[in-house]
Design a protein around this ligand. Structure first.
Ligand code: SAM
Length: 231
C-alpha cells in the first residue's frame, strides 16, 4: 500500500469521501488516504492529523514527495485538535483504530465539530460503542459497508448529524443498515462470530470462578442475538 495504491479497505473509505470535500484524516499515519484523494483530484484540501511523531513525519514526507504542501496540512495533534476553524472541514475520516478509540476521540474533541461534517469511520472492532456514541450525539448512519481483506472483516460507517435517531440494542450491535441488507459478507462474519462466542462461553465454563456472571450473561445474550439473526 502507498499513496498511489490504497488497500482495499482504504479504497472503500476513499469512495465514501464526498467529492470536493475538505477532509480531516485523523490518525492519518503515512497520510496515504488524503494524498491519494488529492492526487486523484477528488478533494479540495485536507488536514492530516497524527498524535505520534513517527507517523507525523511519515505523513509530512508523503505530502512533500507528492508536492501537495499547499493543499494538505499535516499537524501533530491529539484527535480532533488537529482541526482549526479556518480549515472549513466538511468531512472527517477516522480509520484503522478501535471503535472505542474513535469514540473517545470524537467525544473528547466535540468542540472541534461544527455538526455539518460527514463522518467516515472505519473501526477495527468496537463498532457497537461507536454506534452508541453516534446515536447519543444525534448522528444518523447513512451507509455501512463490510468488507473482508486478509481474513479480517472491516466495517465502514458513514454518519451525519441529522437530528435525533433511535436504534435498538440489536441495531447498535449489528449495524442498522447491514441488518437490513444481509449481504453475504455480513452473514459470513456473524457465522464466524457465533462460533467464537460459543468457544468463549465454553472457556468460561471451564474457568467458572474467573469470569463474572455479568460478562457471561453479556456474551450469552450476544450469542442469542446472533443465532436469531442467522436463523
Ligand atoms: C493503525 S493506524 C491507521 C492509519 C490509517 N488511518 C489507516 O486506516 O490505514 C492508527 C494511527 O492513528 C494514530 N492515532 C491514534 N490515536 C490518535 C489520536 N488520539 N489522535 C491522532 N492520531 C491518533 C496512531 O498514531 C496511528 O498512526
Amino acid at each position: 500500500m502507498n499513496e498511489h495504491t490504497l488497500s482495499k479497505r482504504l479504497e472503500r473509505v476513499a469512495a465514501n469521501v464526498p467529492a470536493g470535500a475538505r477532509l480531516a484524516d485523523i490518525g492519518s499515519d503515512h497520510g496515504y488516504l488524503p494524498v491519494a484523494l488529492m492526487r486523484r483530484g477528488l478533494i479540495t484540501s485536507a488536514v492530516a492529523g497524527e498524535v505520534a511523531t513517527t507517523p507525523f513525519h511519515a505523513a509530512q514526507r508523503s505530502v512533500r514527495d507528492n508536492g501537495l504542501e499547499q493543499q494538505i496540512t499535516v499537524r501533530l495533534a491529539d484527535g480532533l485538535a488537529a482541526i482549526e476553524p479556518h480549515d472549513g472541514i466538511t468531512a472527517i475520516s477516522l480509520c484503522g483504530m478501535g471503535g472505542e478509540t474513535i469514540r473517545d476521540i470524537l467525544e473528547s474533541g466535540k468542540q472541534h465539530l461544527s455538526g455539518q461534517e460527514r463522518l467516515i469511520l472505519q473501526p477495527n472492532g468496537g463498532e457497537q460503542p461507536l454506534r452508541q456514541w453516534l446515536m447519543d450525539n444525534g448522528y444518523t448512519i447513512l451507509s455501512e459497508e463490510l468488507l473482508l481483506e486478509n481474513r479480517f472483516y472491516y466495517e465502514i460507517i458513514v454518519a451525519e448529524r441529522a437530528g435525533p435517531v433511535a436504534y435498538t440494542a440489536e441495531q447498535l450491535y449489528f449495524g442498522p443498515l447491514q441488518m437490513q441488507a444481509r449481504s453475504p459478507a455480513f452473514i459470513a462474519k456473524w457465522q464466524r462470530m457465533l462460533r467464537q462466542k460459543h468457544k468463549t462461553l465454553s472457556s468460561f465454563e471451564r474457568a467458572r470462578q474467573a469470569v463474572s456472571q455479568e460478562k457471561r450473561q453479556e456474551i450469552a445474550q450476544q450469542a442469542r442475538w446472533i443465532a436469531a439473526l442467522l436463523a
